[in-house]
Ligand binder design. Sequence first.
Ligand code: CA
Length: 231
Amino acid sequence: MTNTILLVEDEEALSSYLVTELQFEDYQVFLAKDGEQALNLYDNNRGTLDLIILDWMLPKLDGLEVLRRIRKNDDIPVIMMTARDYIGDKVAGLDSGADDYITKPFEIEELLARIRVILRHENRHPQESSLYTVEDLTLNTKSRQVTRGNNLIQLTQREYELLLTLIRHGGETLTRDELLDSVWGVDFEGQPNVVDVYIRYLRNKVDRNYPHQLIHTVRGIGYVLTGNYQE
Ligand code: CA
């Protein structure tokens, strides 16, 4: 199966290099050179696109604004590409719904590896149920909405992926490494304690204000989500 990528990049030398490399890897590529063209190409090819590689600094509409508009009704994977490497920008990108983030200059192999991780992740559970209910927690994989009791819970992309992984393996203890591979990808090179940090974020949103805790630490091993599942 050929995957289709929308590449949004205004720098001519970089974009033609990336198009060549992506086509060499058998991806079908659409190229947009500014934010408006990106949204037009996205609108016209929505049904066939599998992934968007989106530069941050663009003419007309910047990458963050393009991402915000796409995210209003689509969870297509997006890799943000930027020359900036301030941690605040990275957080803004991820909070706006980017699935990954790559800082220029980068090795083409690094970008290709991230693309493979994301597409593998997308294709892994094509038929699965769209609604999980555990006690008073619900997670809808179509709308990406999470609720607990009557409250809508706002999660970042990573928090959502982490919760989804725990819910899919309900009652099963997952190690930090398993969570890292599943949520951050096998090519992740940071510290494994990023898992503990994100579990803390998740607990603050999902568990802290509720009498019954669902996410539990299994000392020395990892984490487990327990509770009564409803079909
Ligand atoms: Ca640019």
